[in-house]
Design a protein around this ligand. Structure first.
Ligand code: NAD
Length: 465
Protein backbone atom coordinates (compact mmCIF):
# COMPACT_ATOMS: atom_id res chain seq x y z
CA UNK A 1 0.00 0.00 0.00
CA UNK A 2 1.34 3.42 -0.90
CA UNK A 3 0.68 6.64 0.96
CA UNK A 4 -0.53 8.08 -2.37
CA UNK A 5 -3.35 5.50 -2.44
CA UNK A 6 -4.46 6.56 1.05
CA UNK A 7 -4.46 10.23 0.12
CA UNK A 8 -6.25 9.54 -3.16
CA UNK A 9 -8.96 7.69 -1.28
CA UNK A 10 -9.32 10.32 1.44
CA UNK A 11 -9.02 13.49 -0.61
CA UNK A 12 -10.46 12.42 -3.99
CA UNK A 13 -12.74 9.41 -3.59
CA UNK A 14 -14.55 10.54 -0.42
CA UNK A 15 -13.35 14.12 -0.28
CA UNK A 16 -16.05 16.03 1.53
CA UNK A 17 -16.43 17.02 5.16
CA UNK A 18 -19.79 15.20 5.16
CA UNK A 19 -18.13 11.94 4.11
CA UNK A 20 -15.21 12.49 6.48
CA UNK A 21 -17.23 13.14 9.58
CA UNK A 22 -20.86 11.95 9.20
CA UNK A 23 -21.16 8.21 10.06
CA UNK A 24 -21.80 6.18 6.92
CA UNK A 25 -21.66 2.36 7.13
CA UNK A 26 -20.64 2.09 3.47
CA UNK A 27 -17.63 4.35 3.89
CA UNK A 28 -16.70 2.57 7.16
CA UNK A 29 -16.84 -0.77 5.32
CA UNK A 30 -14.72 0.54 2.43
CA UNK A 31 -12.07 1.77 4.85
CA UNK A 32 -12.14 -1.54 6.75
CA UNK A 33 -11.71 -3.55 3.54
CA UNK A 34 -8.93 -1.50 2.11
CA UNK A 35 -6.98 -0.13 5.04
CA UNK A 36 -7.62 -2.10 8.27
CA UNK A 37 -4.50 -4.22 7.80
CA UNK A 38 -2.32 -1.12 7.74
CA UNK A 39 -3.15 0.21 11.15
CA UNK A 40 -1.23 -2.13 13.48
CA UNK A 41 2.03 -1.99 11.43
CA UNK A 42 1.68 1.80 11.10
CA UNK A 43 1.37 2.11 14.89
CA UNK A 44 4.45 -0.11 15.27
CA UNK A 45 6.52 2.22 13.07
CA UNK A 46 6.53 0.20 9.83
CA UNK A 47 5.70 3.32 7.78
CA UNK A 48 7.74 5.91 9.67
CA UNK A 49 9.65 6.72 6.47
CA UNK A 50 6.43 8.42 5.32
CA UNK A 51 7.19 11.09 7.92
CA UNK A 52 9.96 12.41 5.67
CA UNK A 53 7.51 14.44 3.59
CA UNK A 54 4.18 16.20 3.97
CA UNK A 55 2.06 13.81 1.84
CA UNK A 56 3.39 10.69 3.54
CA UNK A 57 3.00 12.22 6.99
CA UNK A 58 -0.60 13.20 6.25
CA UNK A 59 -1.40 9.67 5.05
CA UNK A 60 0.15 8.16 8.18
CA UNK A 61 -1.79 10.48 10.47
CA UNK A 62 -5.06 9.69 8.67
CA UNK A 63 -4.29 5.97 8.96
CA UNK A 64 -3.68 6.19 12.72
CA UNK A 65 -6.17 8.86 13.71
CA UNK A 66 -9.11 8.69 11.27
CA UNK A 67 -9.32 5.12 10.00
CA UNK A 68 -9.67 3.51 13.47
CA UNK A 69 -12.55 5.91 14.19
CA UNK A 70 -14.36 4.66 11.08
CA UNK A 71 -13.50 0.98 11.41
CA UNK A 72 -14.01 0.56 15.16
CA UNK A 73 -16.78 3.10 15.62
CA UNK A 74 -18.21 2.86 19.16
CA UNK A 75 -15.44 0.53 20.38
CA UNK A 76 -12.51 1.21 22.70
CA UNK A 77 -10.22 0.24 19.85
CA UNK A 78 -11.19 3.36 17.90
CA UNK A 79 -8.97 5.34 20.33
CA UNK A 80 -6.22 2.73 20.68
CA UNK A 81 -3.92 4.34 18.13
CA UNK A 82 -4.27 7.93 19.34
CA UNK A 83 -0.84 8.01 21.01
CA UNK A 84 0.84 6.82 17.80
CA UNK A 85 -1.14 9.37 15.78
CA UNK A 86 -0.08 12.14 18.15
CA UNK A 87 3.58 11.15 17.84
CA UNK A 88 3.33 11.25 14.03
CA UNK A 89 1.52 14.60 14.12
CA UNK A 90 4.13 16.13 16.40
CA UNK A 91 6.94 15.04 14.09
CA UNK A 92 5.08 16.45 11.07
CA UNK A 93 4.36 19.74 12.84
CA UNK A 94 8.00 20.13 13.90
CA UNK A 95 8.90 19.77 10.23
CA UNK A 96 6.33 22.34 9.10
CA UNK A 97 4.47 19.87 6.87
CA UNK A 98 1.03 21.17 7.86
CA UNK A 99 1.78 24.41 6.01
CA UNK A 100 2.68 22.57 2.83
CA UNK A 101 -0.89 21.38 2.20
CA UNK A 102 -4.12 23.24 1.43
CA UNK A 103 -6.11 24.52 4.43
CA UNK A 104 -9.02 22.18 3.57
CA UNK A 105 -6.95 19.12 4.51
CA UNK A 106 -4.45 20.80 6.86
CA UNK A 107 -6.79 20.16 9.79
CA UNK A 108 -5.97 16.44 9.69
CA UNK A 109 -2.48 17.28 10.94
CA UNK A 110 -4.08 18.86 14.02
CA UNK A 111 -6.75 16.26 14.77
CA UNK A 112 -4.56 13.99 16.91
CA UNK A 113 -4.10 17.04 19.18
CA UNK A 114 -7.84 17.73 19.11
CA UNK A 115 -8.55 14.08 20.00
CA UNK A 116 -6.16 14.12 22.95
CA UNK A 117 -7.49 14.23 26.51
CA UNK A 118 -4.59 16.46 27.54
CA UNK A 119 -5.35 20.16 28.01
CA UNK A 120 -1.84 21.01 26.80
CA UNK A 121 -2.53 19.35 23.43
CA UNK A 122 -5.98 20.96 23.30
CA UNK A 123 -4.44 24.41 23.78
CA UNK A 124 -2.01 23.69 20.95
CA UNK A 125 -4.84 22.44 18.77
CA UNK A 126 -6.82 25.66 19.27
CA UNK A 127 -3.77 27.86 18.75
CA UNK A 128 -2.93 26.05 15.51
CA UNK A 129 -6.52 26.21 14.29
CA UNK A 130 -6.82 29.90 15.10
CA UNK A 131 -3.42 30.71 13.59
CA UNK A 132 -3.40 28.46 10.56
CA UNK A 133 -7.00 27.58 9.73
CA UNK A 134 -8.52 31.05 9.90
CA UNK A 135 -10.11 30.41 6.49
CA UNK A 136 -11.87 27.29 7.89
CA UNK A 137 -14.07 28.63 10.72
CA UNK A 138 -15.79 25.28 11.17
CA UNK A 139 -12.52 23.66 12.24
CA UNK A 140 -11.73 26.54 14.58
CA UNK A 141 -15.18 26.12 16.12
CA UNK A 142 -14.70 22.39 16.67
CA UNK A 143 -11.17 22.80 18.01
CA UNK A 144 -12.50 25.23 20.62
CA UNK A 145 -15.41 22.95 21.47
CA UNK A 146 -13.10 19.99 22.03
CA UNK A 147 -10.91 22.06 24.31
CA UNK A 148 -13.94 23.30 26.24
CA UNK A 149 -14.90 19.71 27.02
CA UNK A 150 -11.39 18.82 28.23
CA UNK A 151 -11.18 22.03 30.24
CA UNK A 152 -14.46 21.16 31.93
CA UNK A 153 -14.13 17.40 32.46
CA UNK A 154 -10.47 16.53 31.85
CA UNK A 155 -11.67 13.82 29.43
CA UNK A 156 -14.27 13.22 26.74
CA UNK A 157 -17.35 11.91 28.61
CA UNK A 158 -18.85 10.42 25.44
CA UNK A 159 -15.96 7.92 25.41
CA UNK A 160 -16.70 6.73 28.95
CA UNK A 161 -19.09 3.95 28.08
CA UNK A 162 -17.01 2.21 25.44
CA UNK A 163 -13.82 2.66 27.49
CA UNK A 164 -15.50 1.16 30.57
CA UNK A 165 -15.19 4.41 32.53
CA UNK A 166 -17.85 5.40 35.02
CA UNK A 167 -19.37 8.78 34.30
CA UNK A 168 -19.54 11.27 37.11
CA UNK A 169 -23.00 12.73 37.84
CA UNK A 170 -21.89 15.95 36.12
CA UNK A 171 -20.74 14.01 33.05
CA UNK A 172 -23.94 11.97 33.01
CA UNK A 173 -26.02 15.16 33.12
CA UNK A 174 -23.93 16.63 30.34
CA UNK A 175 -24.34 13.50 28.19
CA UNK A 176 -28.07 13.25 28.74
CA UNK A 177 -28.36 16.90 27.70
CA UNK A 178 -26.83 15.94 24.37
CA UNK A 179 -23.26 17.04 25.13
CA UNK A 180 -21.16 18.56 22.43
CA UNK A 181 -22.21 17.59 18.94
CA UNK A 182 -19.12 16.91 16.83
CA UNK A 183 -21.26 17.03 13.69
CA UNK A 184 -22.40 20.59 14.31
CA UNK A 185 -21.72 22.90 11.39
CA UNK A 186 -22.26 26.13 13.20
CA UNK A 187 -19.25 27.37 11.39
CA UNK A 188 -19.40 31.00 12.17
CA UNK A 189 -20.91 30.77 15.59
CA UNK A 190 -18.64 32.17 18.21
CA UNK A 191 -18.03 29.21 20.45
CA UNK A 192 -19.86 29.65 23.73
CA UNK A 193 -18.03 29.22 27.02
CA UNK A 194 -14.57 29.55 25.65
CA UNK A 195 -12.67 29.74 28.85
CA UNK A 196 -9.69 31.98 28.95
CA UNK A 197 -6.43 30.07 29.13
CA UNK A 198 -4.38 30.68 32.22
CA UNK A 199 -2.42 33.91 31.64
CA UNK A 200 0.86 32.06 32.01
CA UNK A 201 0.02 29.62 29.26
CA UNK A 202 -1.22 32.46 27.11
CA UNK A 203 2.04 34.34 27.50
CA UNK A 204 4.04 31.23 26.69
CA UNK A 205 2.19 30.80 23.43
CA UNK A 206 1.89 34.52 22.70
CA UNK A 207 3.43 34.17 19.26
CA UNK A 208 1.70 30.91 18.28
CA UNK A 209 0.55 31.19 14.66
CA UNK A 210 3.02 33.98 13.86
CA UNK A 211 5.73 33.49 11.26
CA UNK A 212 9.13 35.06 11.96
CA UNK A 213 12.09 35.55 9.63
CA UNK A 214 15.44 36.17 11.31
CA UNK A 215 18.29 37.10 8.98
CA UNK A 216 21.82 35.85 9.72
CA UNK A 217 20.58 33.45 12.34
CA UNK A 218 22.72 30.33 12.30
CA UNK A 219 24.91 31.77 15.03
CA UNK A 220 25.17 34.44 17.70
CA UNK A 221 22.42 36.99 18.33
CA UNK A 222 20.33 35.86 15.35
CA UNK A 223 20.25 32.31 16.64
CA UNK A 224 19.38 33.64 20.11
CA UNK A 225 16.45 35.58 18.61
CA UNK A 226 15.29 32.56 16.57
CA UNK A 227 15.37 30.31 19.64
CA UNK A 228 13.47 32.71 21.91
CA UNK A 229 10.85 33.48 19.25
CA UNK A 230 10.45 29.72 18.69
CA UNK A 231 9.97 29.18 22.43
CA UNK A 232 7.27 31.86 22.35
CA UNK A 233 5.40 29.78 19.76
CA UNK A 234 6.36 31.40 16.44
CA UNK A 235 7.21 29.48 13.29
CA UNK A 236 10.77 30.40 12.37
CA UNK A 237 12.79 30.86 9.21
CA UNK A 238 16.48 30.98 9.94
CA UNK A 239 18.93 32.21 7.34
CA UNK A 240 22.51 32.63 6.35
CA UNK A 241 24.36 32.77 3.02
CA UNK A 242 26.26 29.48 3.39
CA UNK A 243 23.73 26.93 2.03
CA UNK A 244 25.47 24.27 4.11
CA UNK A 245 24.44 21.06 5.87
CA UNK A 246 25.48 22.69 9.17
CA UNK A 247 23.07 25.55 8.55
CA UNK A 248 20.22 23.16 7.76
CA UNK A 249 21.09 21.07 10.81
CA UNK A 250 20.81 24.23 12.93
CA UNK A 251 17.14 24.54 11.89
CA UNK A 252 16.50 20.94 12.97
CA UNK A 253 18.33 21.52 16.25
CA UNK A 254 16.27 24.60 17.11
CA UNK A 255 13.08 22.72 16.17
CA UNK A 256 14.05 19.76 18.36
CA UNK A 257 14.97 21.99 21.31
CA UNK A 258 11.89 24.22 21.17
CA UNK A 259 9.15 22.12 19.56
CA UNK A 260 8.59 24.90 17.01
CA UNK A 261 8.46 24.63 13.24
CA UNK A 262 11.81 25.87 11.92
CA UNK A 263 12.95 26.09 8.31
CA UNK A 264 16.24 27.24 6.83
CA UNK A 265 16.48 29.44 3.73
CA UNK A 266 19.84 30.31 2.25
CA UNK A 267 20.10 33.90 1.00
CA UNK A 268 23.00 36.35 0.86
CA UNK A 269 22.09 39.54 2.72
CA UNK A 270 24.75 41.49 0.81
CA UNK A 271 22.54 41.13 -2.29
CA UNK A 272 19.26 43.00 -2.63
CA UNK A 273 17.66 40.32 -4.81
CA UNK A 274 18.48 37.62 -2.23
CA UNK A 275 16.89 39.70 0.53
CA UNK A 276 13.66 39.91 -1.47
CA UNK A 277 13.79 36.20 -2.32
CA UNK A 278 14.17 35.33 1.36
CA UNK A 279 10.90 37.08 2.16
CA UNK A 280 9.10 35.67 -0.89
CA UNK A 281 10.28 32.11 -0.15
CA UNK A 282 9.20 32.44 3.47
CA UNK A 283 5.77 33.68 2.37
CA UNK A 284 5.49 30.84 -0.14
CA UNK A 285 6.39 28.26 2.52
CA UNK A 286 4.39 29.56 5.47
CA UNK A 287 1.85 31.90 3.89
CA UNK A 288 3.06 35.16 5.44
CA UNK A 289 5.79 36.98 7.36
CA UNK A 290 4.55 38.55 10.59
CA UNK A 291 7.82 39.20 12.40
CA UNK A 292 11.03 40.29 10.71
CA UNK A 293 14.27 40.44 12.66
CA UNK A 294 17.01 42.11 10.63
CA UNK A 295 20.08 40.76 12.32
CA UNK A 296 22.67 39.81 9.69
CA UNK A 297 25.77 41.87 10.19
CA UNK A 298 29.52 41.86 9.81
CA UNK A 299 32.30 43.99 11.21
CA UNK A 300 35.55 45.41 9.88
CA UNK A 301 37.98 47.25 12.14
CA UNK A 302 40.57 49.51 10.52
CA UNK A 303 41.83 53.11 10.53
CA UNK A 304 39.79 55.10 8.04
CA UNK A 305 42.80 55.94 5.88
CA UNK A 306 43.48 52.19 5.44
CA UNK A 307 39.82 51.09 5.32
CA UNK A 308 39.30 49.12 2.05
CA UNK A 309 36.43 50.68 0.04
CA UNK A 310 35.09 47.23 -0.85
CA UNK A 311 34.79 46.46 2.89
CA UNK A 312 32.89 49.73 3.36
CA UNK A 313 30.47 48.65 0.61
CA UNK A 314 30.04 45.16 2.07
CA UNK A 315 29.44 46.35 5.64
CA UNK A 316 26.90 48.91 4.40
CA UNK A 317 25.19 46.29 2.20
CA UNK A 318 24.79 43.64 4.92
CA UNK A 319 24.33 45.84 7.99
CA UNK A 320 22.05 48.49 6.47
CA UNK A 321 20.81 47.94 2.91
CA UNK A 322 19.66 44.35 3.58
CA UNK A 323 17.15 45.74 6.12
CA UNK A 324 15.82 48.18 3.52
CA UNK A 325 15.31 45.31 1.06
CA UNK A 326 13.69 42.84 3.50
CA UNK A 327 11.41 45.49 5.02
CA UNK A 328 10.45 46.74 1.57
CA UNK A 329 9.49 43.18 0.58
CA UNK A 330 7.64 42.28 3.82
CA UNK A 331 5.86 45.57 4.56
CA UNK A 332 3.00 45.17 2.04
CA UNK A 333 1.82 41.87 3.55
CA UNK A 334 2.14 43.19 7.10
CA UNK A 335 0.10 46.30 6.28
CA UNK A 336 -2.53 44.21 4.52
CA UNK A 337 -2.91 41.91 7.55
CA UNK A 338 -2.80 44.94 9.87
CA UNK A 339 -0.11 43.36 12.02
CA UNK A 340 3.65 43.28 11.78
CA UNK A 341 6.70 43.49 14.03
CA UNK A 342 10.03 44.61 12.63
CA UNK A 343 13.02 44.38 14.93
CA UNK A 344 16.32 45.70 13.64
CA UNK A 345 19.44 44.58 15.46
CA UNK A 346 21.42 47.81 15.50
CA UNK A 347 24.11 48.38 18.13
CA UNK A 348 25.38 50.74 20.79
CA UNK A 349 27.30 51.87 17.73
CA UNK A 350 23.98 53.02 16.27
CA UNK A 351 23.90 55.66 19.02
CA UNK A 352 27.54 56.42 19.66
CA UNK A 353 30.90 55.88 17.92
CA UNK A 354 34.23 54.17 18.46
CA UNK A 355 37.37 54.64 16.43
CA UNK A 356 38.31 52.28 13.56
CA UNK A 357 34.69 51.24 12.85
CA UNK A 358 33.66 53.88 10.30
CA UNK A 359 31.53 51.60 8.11
CA UNK A 360 29.89 49.77 11.01
CA UNK A 361 29.05 52.93 12.96
CA UNK A 362 27.70 54.62 9.82
CA UNK A 363 25.59 51.56 8.92
CA UNK A 364 24.15 51.18 12.44
CA UNK A 365 23.33 54.91 12.71
CA UNK A 366 21.63 54.52 9.33
CA UNK A 367 19.69 51.52 10.61
CA UNK A 368 18.36 53.53 13.55
CA UNK A 369 17.19 56.20 11.07
CA UNK A 370 15.54 53.57 8.88
CA UNK A 371 13.82 52.18 11.99
CA UNK A 372 12.22 55.53 12.78
CA UNK A 373 11.03 56.09 9.21
CA UNK A 374 9.50 52.63 8.89
CA UNK A 375 7.79 53.06 12.28
CA UNK A 376 6.03 56.19 11.01
CA UNK A 377 4.99 54.46 7.79
CA UNK A 378 3.61 51.44 9.66
CA UNK A 379 1.88 53.38 12.41
CA UNK A 380 -1.59 53.35 10.81
CA UNK A 381 -1.38 49.67 9.96
CA UNK A 382 -0.49 47.89 13.21
CA UNK A 383 3.12 47.49 12.10
CA UNK A 384 5.79 48.47 14.62
CA UNK A 385 9.48 48.88 13.94
CA UNK A 386 12.13 49.16 16.64
CA UNK A 387 15.86 48.69 17.02
CA UNK A 388 17.71 46.75 19.68
CA UNK A 389 21.06 48.31 20.47
CA UNK A 390 23.30 45.68 22.07
CA UNK A 391 26.55 46.50 23.76
CA UNK A 392 29.20 43.80 23.50
CA UNK A 393 27.71 40.30 23.26
CA UNK A 394 30.10 37.35 23.25
CA UNK A 395 29.52 35.85 19.79
CA UNK A 396 31.73 34.68 16.89
CA UNK A 397 31.57 38.25 15.50
CA UNK A 398 33.14 39.67 18.65
CA UNK A 399 35.64 36.86 18.95
CA UNK A 400 36.68 37.59 15.37
CA UNK A 401 37.26 41.26 16.23
CA UNK A 402 39.76 40.53 18.95
CA UNK A 403 42.73 40.06 16.62
CA UNK A 404 41.89 43.20 14.64
CA UNK A 405 41.42 45.25 17.80
CA UNK A 406 44.71 43.95 19.20
CA UNK A 407 46.39 44.98 15.95
CA UNK A 408 44.68 48.40 15.73
CA UNK A 409 45.49 49.24 19.38
CA UNK A 410 48.81 47.40 19.54
CA UNK A 411 47.71 45.63 22.77
CA UNK A 412 47.01 42.08 24.00
CA UNK A 413 43.66 40.24 24.31
CA UNK A 414 43.00 40.99 28.00
CA UNK A 415 43.69 44.67 27.47
CA UNK A 416 41.29 44.82 24.53
CA UNK A 417 38.51 43.06 26.48
CA UNK A 418 39.02 45.28 29.54
CA UNK A 419 39.86 48.65 27.99
CA UNK A 420 37.99 48.53 24.70
CA UNK A 421 35.11 46.12 24.87
CA UNK A 422 33.91 46.32 28.47
CA UNK A 423 35.42 49.64 29.41
CA UNK A 424 32.24 51.60 28.69
CA UNK A 425 29.86 48.79 29.66
CA UNK A 426 29.12 49.86 33.25
CA UNK A 427 28.15 46.37 34.35
CA UNK A 428 31.48 44.99 33.02
CA UNK A 429 29.78 41.94 31.57
CA UNK A 430 29.18 40.72 28.06
CA UNK A 431 25.46 40.59 27.25
CA UNK A 432 24.05 37.20 26.18
CA UNK A 433 22.30 36.11 23.01
CA UNK A 434 19.36 34.93 25.15
CA UNK A 435 18.90 38.46 26.49
CA UNK A 436 18.79 39.75 22.91
CA UNK A 437 16.26 37.07 21.96
CA UNK A 438 14.03 37.83 24.94
CA UNK A 439 14.10 41.54 24.05
CA UNK A 440 13.02 40.67 20.50
CA UNK A 441 10.17 38.53 21.89
CA UNK A 442 9.06 41.43 24.07
CA UNK A 443 9.04 43.78 21.07
CA UNK A 444 6.89 41.23 19.18
CA UNK A 445 4.49 40.76 22.10
CA UNK A 446 1.26 42.59 22.88
CA UNK A 447 3.00 44.39 25.75
CA UNK A 448 4.94 46.34 23.11
CA UNK A 449 1.98 47.15 20.86
CA UNK A 450 2.54 50.89 21.33
CA UNK A 451 6.32 50.85 21.23
CA UNK A 452 7.52 51.94 17.82
CA UNK A 453 10.28 53.98 16.24
CA UNK A 454 12.58 53.66 19.19
CA UNK A 455 15.79 52.00 20.32
CA UNK A 456 16.20 49.67 23.27
CA UNK A 457 19.73 49.52 24.62
CA UNK A 458 20.87 46.22 26.09
CA UNK A 459 24.37 47.38 26.85
CA UNK A 460 25.01 47.20 30.61
CA UNK A 461 24.95 51.01 30.82
CA UNK A 462 27.36 51.85 27.98
CA UNK A 463 25.18 54.53 26.36
CA UNK A 464 24.13 55.97 29.73
CA UNK A 465 27.62 57.39 30.09
P1 NAD B 1 27.73 36.35 14.28
O1 NAD B 1 28.94 36.49 13.42
O2 NAD B 1 27.76 35.43 15.43
O3 NAD B 1 26.48 35.95 13.41
C1 NAD B 1 26.22 36.56 12.20
C2 NAD B 1 25.29 35.69 11.40
O4 NAD B 1 25.06 36.34 10.16
C3 NAD B 1 25.86 34.32 11.09
O5 NAD B 1 24.83 33.36 11.13
C4 NAD B 1 26.37 34.49 9.66
O6 NAD B 1 26.42 33.27 8.95
C5 NAD B 1 25.33 35.41 9.10
N1 NAD B 1 25.79 36.16 7.94
C6 NAD B 1 26.99 36.75 7.74
N2 NAD B 1 27.03 37.28 6.51
C7 NAD B 1 25.83 37.02 5.94
C8 NAD B 1 25.27 37.30 4.68
N3 NAD B 1 25.96 37.95 3.73
N4 NAD B 1 24.01 36.89 4.43
C9 NAD B 1 23.31 36.19 5.36
N5 NAD B 1 23.79 35.90 6.56
C10 NAD B 1 25.05 36.32 6.85
O7 NAD B 1 27.37 37.84 14.72
P2 NAD B 1 26.59 38.44 15.97
O8 NAD B 1 27.58 38.95 16.93
O9 NAD B 1 25.56 37.51 16.43
O10 NAD B 1 25.93 39.71 15.31
C11 NAD B 1 24.61 39.73 14.85
C12 NAD B 1 24.12 41.15 14.72
O11 NAD B 1 24.22 41.79 15.97
C13 NAD B 1 24.94 41.99 13.75
O12 NAD B 1 24.08 42.84 13.03
C14 NAD B 1 25.83 42.79 14.67
O13 NAD B 1 26.22 44.00 14.09
C15 NAD B 1 24.91 43.01 15.84
N6 NAD B 1 25.61 43.33 17.08
C16 NAD B 1 26.47 42.45 17.64
C17 NAD B 1 27.12 42.79 18.82
C18 NAD B 1 28.05 41.85 19.50
O14 NAD B 1 28.71 42.27 20.45
N7 NAD B 1 28.13 40.61 19.10
C19 NAD B 1 26.91 44.03 19.39
C20 NAD B 1 26.04 44.89 18.78
C21 NAD B 1 25.38 44.55 17.63
Amino acid sequence: MSYEAILRFWTEEIAAPGAWFVPDPEIDAAIRDRFAALIEPAAAGAYDQWLDHASGALALIITLDQFPRNIYRGEARSFAYDAAALRAANTALRRGFDLEVAPQIRAFFYMPLEHSESLYEQDRSVALAEGRLASQPNYVFHAREHRNVIQRFGRFPHRNECLGRTSTPEEAAYLSGGGYNPLSTEADAEAPNIQIMAQKEKDMAELEGKVAVVTGSTSGIGEGCARELAKAGATIIINDHLDSDESRAKADAIAADTGATVAYISADMSKGEDCVRLIRDAEAKFGKVDILVNNAGIQHVEKIEDFPPEKWDLVLAINLSSSFHTIRAAMGGMKERKWGRIVNIASAHGLTASPFKSAYVAAKHGLVGLTKTVALEGADFGVTCNAICPGYVWTPLVEGQLEDQMKAHGKDKDWVIREVMLQRQGMKEFATVEQMGKTAVFLASSGADLITGTTISVDGGWTAL
